[in-house]
Design a protein around this ligand. Structure first.
Ligand SMILES: [Zn+2]
Length: 151
């Protein structure tokens, strides 16, 4: 009886201390598009990465805009897209105010991760070896993007 009581007490104490953490996690999962696949959710909300050379958007050459797959925010223009050879859709610049960045130390590397400014979903990492005037290379998961042609 006493042991059972202790067990209940311990588990509720753990639950109590984990509560703010659980709230923090769920607050970042701002799912707007109910049709997202589990693979898309893993990248957008758990900072996952799609397999390189798997995105159909690598071959997208039309003029238009790339939108957030979750909230639909306009993120990149086709004018900034280039072939980086990395296997992920790459852009030399984002549209103004499209993203917020955060330093990511996972996998023993210091990288700058970026999130959609509107919904907070993870999109990829930005590096300083790009071809444009700012020298940026936005390495974006294709599954996080929806392309809308303008022509
Ligand atoms: Zn978004």
């Amino acid at each position: 009886m006493r042991r059972k009581f202790l067990k209940i007490l311990t588990s509720s104490l753990i639950g109590f201390f984990l509560l703010p953490y659980r709230i923090a996690i769920s607050a970042t999962k701002n799912i707007i598009n109910k049709n997202l696949t589990s693979e898309q959710k893993n990248i957008l909300f758990n900072e996952g990465t799609e397999r390189p050379f798997s995105s159909a958007l690598l071959h997208e050459k039309r003029e238009g805009f790339y939108h957030c797959a979750n909230c639909g925010a306009k993120l990149f223009s086709s004018n900034s897209k280039f072939d980086s050879g990395t296997g992920w859709p790459s852009f030399s610049e984002s549209l103004p105010g499209a993203f917020k960045t955060k330093v990511d130390y996972s996998f023993g590397m210091k990288r700058t991760e970026y999130h959609c400014a509107k919904c907070g979903a993870h999109h990829g990492h930005v590096f300083n070896d790009g071809p444009g005037k700012d020298g940026k290379r936005f390495c974006n998961n294709g599954l996080c993007l929806i392309f809308k042609p303008t022509k």
